[in-house]
Write a protein that binds this ligand. Structure first.
Ligand code: TRH
Length: 377
């Protein structure tokens, strides 16, 4: 009998919570044959990533995952064999009682936020709190051996390579989004939180000798783009040109299509957690807008990732990349560091692929979770 899993997702804000748990749930079903219930408290956020979701339903099956609305009024529910609380969300008290009432206690894990910091290796897999004899464990994703790894579907990198080697396929995909880049244009995507540094970046792109086509899925950065363009409104489908820069607003695409978008682009600006990982699987240079946390603790996370990611780069390429990322995450001026980065483009492109393959040689997070469960029983 395959284990039954319950994954709890509370959508705090944005799309990362549901983005990660939906991806994990699908993979546990498709690749490990698990029975998975995904409890989500905000089906509207889920619908953005997966338009097939019917927000009116309390219960529905999507890609083999039993998707449940996580109601405020918790119904009596039998606990599963493995219980995942994503990003430290609090389980319903009634469900905790059901876990404790099982003849065989379940494996209870907190799936934590992704960080490249050193301490993660020491904390991954450690016991956390106990509830009436049910032990909770920390499960940390990560980039190093000794962590839970990264979410990566089987065969992902092969599919990505096949897509990137097929210009016609990419063109066809872009056409479905109404994107027709000029020959030789640098194609870039932009997914970010509000950022006062954006104007300086767009200025330098507009003044560049090489043309850039910038694809922006609808979201929080649009206000800054609109201000820079100096126009009254900006919405999906709009295309605007300033100098060498063409800006195009895309719809927020389904999660599966977002990968294709990243794979088409020469450079991707991403944010949060899940798009950050997907940009790495794209094997192309990228820029991370990290999710801001109290007391600037996100800056330690940023530095830790940069330290790891830039290993093996030449000193000038490293400096260019680090200063671009730091400027972006401080709402700073991007002009100088972007120009510097362009000087090291070939090296950074080779490096991005190398990093991707290195990370892709590690066990993926879903497999690591299943293995954790097997070892536990
Ligand atoms: O939306 P985010 O900013 O989510 C954040 C982070 O996860 C952060 O760590 C967390 O604390 C906070 O939420 C609550 O960025 P993230 O993680 O990249 O999630 C975005 C998801 O949206 C990801 O699964 C990719 C998906 N996506 C699409 O499906 N289509 C799109 O067009 C775009 C731009 C994104």
């Amino acid at each position: 009998m395959k284990a039954r899993w319950d994954i709890f997702c509370s959508v705090v804000d944005n799309y990362g919570d549901i983005g990660v748990t939906w991806r994990l749930a699908r993979q546990l079903v498709a690749e490990h044959g698990c029975g998975v219930r995904l409890w989500v408290d905000d089906l509207r956020a889920f619908e953005r990533l997966c338009p097939e979701v019917d927000v009116r339903l309390d219960r529905q099956v999507q890609e083999g995952v039993d998707v449940r609305r996580w109601p405020a009024d918790w119904p009596a529910t039998e606990a599963a064999d493995v219980v995942i609380a994503a990003f430290a969300c609090q389980l319903p008290p009634g469900y905790m009682e059901a876990m404790a009432a099982r003849a065989r206690t379940p494996l209870w894990m907190n799936l934590d936020y992704l960080s490249a910091e050193d301490w993660v290796v020491g904390c991954h897999g450690l016991p956390s709190v106990k509830f009436k004899g049910v032990q909770k464990y920390f499960f940390f994703p990560g980039f190093r051996a000794g962590t839970g790894g990264l979410l990566r579907e089987a065969g992902l990198l092969g599919r990505r390579l096949a897509f990137q080697r097929n210009a016609a396929w990419q063109q066809q995909f872009l056409q479905t989004l109404g994107v027709f880049p000029a020959a030789g244009a640098r194609l870039m995507s932009l997914f970010a939180y509000e950022n006062a540094g954006l104007a300086s970046w767009l200025d330098v792109l507009a003044a560049d000798g090489c043309t850039t086509h910038l694809l922006i899925p609808e979201g929080r950065i649009l206000g800054d783009v609109q201000r820079w363009l100096g126009i009254e409104s900006l919405s999906v489908g709009d295309v605007q040109q300033r100098g060498a820069l063409t800006v195009q607003v895309l719809p927020f695409v389904p999660q599966t299509q977002y990968d294709h978008l990243l794979w088409c682009c020469d450079f991707n600006a991403v944010r949060g957690e899940d798009s950050f990982v997907r940009a790495q699987w794209a094997g192309r240079p990228f820029l991370w807008h990290i999710y801001r946390q109290d007391e600037d603790i996100h800056l330690d996370k940023l530095d830790a990732f940069l330290e790891l990611y830039t290993e093996g780069l030449s000193a000038p390429a490293r400096t260019a990349l680090v200063s671009l990322w730091q400027a972006w995450n401080a709402d700073g001026n991007m002009a100088h560091s972007w120009k510097k980065l362009l000087e090291h483009w070939p090296e950074l492109t080779v490096h991005a692929e190398k990093w991707c393959l290195e990370q892709g040689s590690r066990p993926d997070l879903a497999t690591a979770l299943v293995q954790f469960y097997v070892n536990w029983i």
